[in-house]
Design a binder for this molecule. Structure first.
Ligand SMILES: [Zn+2]
Length: 243
C-alpha cells in the first residue's frame, strides 16, 4: 500500500449502484484520503433487484427508481471521495453485458491505467448479477492488456484484482485473504451508508461486518484496528518481501 506508485488510480466495478459502498467504501475513502483518483463503474442501478423500499410505493416507475438510486450513489460517492462514475445502465435481475459495454470498460482501463481493481466474488448463488460483473470486469482487463487493441503503448500491465466480500461469504466460496484496516475512515464509510435510504436495512448489517473484520484484522496483526474490509485475491501477490 504505497502512495509512491506510478499509477495512483483505482478502479471499482460494481454490478449495482450501491454494491461498492457496502463492500469497498472503506478502500475508496482510504485511498481518496491519500490523494488517489478513484473511478467507480456501476453496471446497473440495481433498479429491479436491490431497491425494495422504493417499490413499496405502488406508483413507482423504473425510471424514477433508477434516478433515485443514481442520486444516492453519487451522494455516497461524494462522501467517500469517488472522482468519477461510469453508469453503464445495463439493467439488473438479470444483468447482461454486451460487446459495446466491454469496449467501453476496456477504454476506461486503458485511460485510467489503474494500480488495482476491486470487484465482486467469483460465485454468488443468491445473486447472478454479481459474478457476471466479476467475469465482465476481468474480461475487460484482459482485453485492455492486448497490444493489438490500440497499440502496445495503450495496453495496460497487470493490475491486481481483489474480490470484495459477498453478503454470505461461505456460500460463495469466498475467503478473506487480505483485511484492509479502515479504522481511520470508518466514520466516512458509515456516513456513506446513510446516503442509501433505499437500503436502510443494510446499515447495521455492514457495520457488524466491518467490526467483525476489524477484530479479525487485529487478531492477525499487531494493529490496533477496530474496523476492517476484507478481500480475496485473484492473482498471486508479487513482491520482494514477505512483509
Ligand atoms: Zn448487488
Amino acid at each position: 500500500m504505497s502512495t509512491t506508485r506510478l499509477s495512483s488510480t483505482g478502479l471499482v466495478v460494481s454490478a449495482h449502484s450501491a454494491d461498492f459502498i457496502w463492500r469497498a467504501g472503506g478502500a475508496i475513502a482510504l485511498y481518496s484520503k491519500r490523494g488517489w483518483r478513484i473511478t467507480v463503474v456501476c453496471l446497473s442501478y440495481g433498479e429491479r433487484g436491490e431497491s425494495q423500499k422504493l417499490w413499496k410505493d405502488s406508483s413507482m416507475t423504473l425510471d424514477r427508481v433508477k434516478a433515485a438510486r443514481r442520486a444516492e450513489a453519487e451522494k455516497a460517492g461524494q462522501v467517500l471521495g469517488v472522482n468519477e462514475f461510469g453508469f453503464f445502465d445495463l439493467g439488473d435481475y438479470p444483468l447482461r453485458t454486451n460487446l459495446e459495454a466491454l469496449e467501453r470498460l476496456a477504454d476506461i482501463y486503458q485511460s485510467l491505467r489503474p494500480a488495482w481493481v476491486l470487484t465482486h466474488s467469483h460465485e454468488d448463488p443468491y445473486n447472478f448479477d454479481h459474478p457476471e460483473a466479476t467475469r465482465f470486469a476481468q474480461e475487460a482487463r484482459v482485453v485492455a492488456q492486448a497490444h493489438g487493441r490500440r497499440g502496445a503503448a495503450a495496453a495496460i500491465g497487470a493490475p491486481p484484482v481483489f474480490l470484495f466480500e459477498p453478503h454470505q461469504p461461505e456460500q460463495c466460496n469466498w475467503k478473506p485473504q487480505l483485511i484492509l484496516d479502515i479504522t481511520e475512515v470508518w466514520d466516512i464509510k458509515r456516513k456513506a451508508f446513510e446516503q442509501m435510504d433505499a437500503q436502510e436495512h443494510l446499515w447495521e448489517y455492514y457495520t457488524r461486518v466491518a467490526l467483525q473484520r476489524g477484530a479479525q484484522g487485529a487478531r492477525n496483526s499487531e494493529r490496533k484496528m477496530t474496523h476492517g474490509e476484507a478481500y480475496q485475491r485473484v492473482f498471486p501477490t508479487v513482491t520482494e518481501n514477505f512483509q
